[in-house]
Ligand binder design. Structure first.
Ligand code: DGL
Length: 258
């Protein structure tokens, strides 16, 4: 396996996973693909997503010649992992909310799940909660507006404090909640702003490092990067180009697929 590891998301959220992978494996060759033409995924119909995601991923896998695909999107993974694994010839690593680590960490047995509207109500997510956090209260909060905040931040826009405050508000209704799962890969990009907007100290956790460790199992002799990684988009857009460049990716190529 010689091609890069391809990281896929609807938009820039997967760059938080890129950061986690680089922290663990600084020399790993990475490529990035996003379906920015159809962002955000969190408010779209499942039946549409389950057709769209494999089509985009297949085109990106072929164009990048990757050795493995990381679906760095909880909204996509909680719905389409099985179909992706069936359709693609490369190993596929998914991203699902860090429910199990949160259940291990929470002392009060009450934690929050901050994710897209789709992810907080998916059967896959509910099954994870039943299996790993059966003795916990889990406050599920749909925070789709934060996806736009993260996209804007990477394009150089200022954050909107009111949007962040309102998105987090349901987490603070009970004073015993002590941990928050960032179940959308866009949210770690906002980590400092989320901490700043919190009325009290809680632990913020995400799946980035667990994904990096899983990639190392799937691609034990990982390809080493030589120069900037390639990137792929579904819509040419200067704003996303600058976000990708700030994470060291080359100017994106427009994906073509049917
Ligand atoms: N970054 C994606 C996730 O982890 C979702 C963003 C979107 O709604 O497109 O769920």
């Amino acid at each position: 396996m010689t091609g890069p590891v391809l990281v896929f998301d609807s938009g820039v959220g997967g760059l938080s996973v890129v950061s986690a992978m680089r922290r663990r494996f600084p020399d790993m060759a990475l490529a990035y693909a996003c379906d920015n033409a159809m962002l955000p995924y969190g408010v779209r119909e499942d039946a549409w997503l389950v057709e769209r995601i494999p089509a985009v991923c297949q085109a990106a896998v072929e164009a990048s010649g990757c050795s493995a695909l990381v679906v760095a999107c909880n909204t996509a993974s909680t719905l389409a992992l099985e179909v992706l694994r069936r359709r693609l010839d490369v190993p596929v690593v998914g991203t699902v909310p860090a429910i199990k680590p949160a259940a291990r960490l929470s002392r009060s047995r009450h934690f929050g799940l901050l994710a897209t509207r789709a992810t907080v109500s998916r059967p896959y997510t509910l099954a994870l909660i039943r299996e790993f956090a059966g003795d916990c209260v889990v406050t599920r909060v749909a925070a789709d507006a934060l996806v736009g905040q993260a996209e804007g931040l990477l394009a150089g826009d200022p954050l909107d404090g009111e949007v962040i405050h309102d998105s987090l508000a349901p987490l603070w209704e009970d004073s015993d909640l002590d941990t928050v799962v960032m179940g959308c890969t866009h949210f770690p990009l906002l980590h400092d702003a989320l901490v700043e907007a919190s009325p009290r100290r809680v632990a913020w956790i995400d799946s980035g490092d667990a994904i990096a460790r899983r990639v190392a199992q799937v691609v034990p002799d990982h390809p080493v990067h030589q120069g900037p990684g390639r990137s792929f988009v579904t819509l040419a857009d200067a704003r996303i180009t600058s976000g990708l460049a700030s994470f060291g990716f080359a100017r994106p190529t427009l994906l073509s697929f049917s």
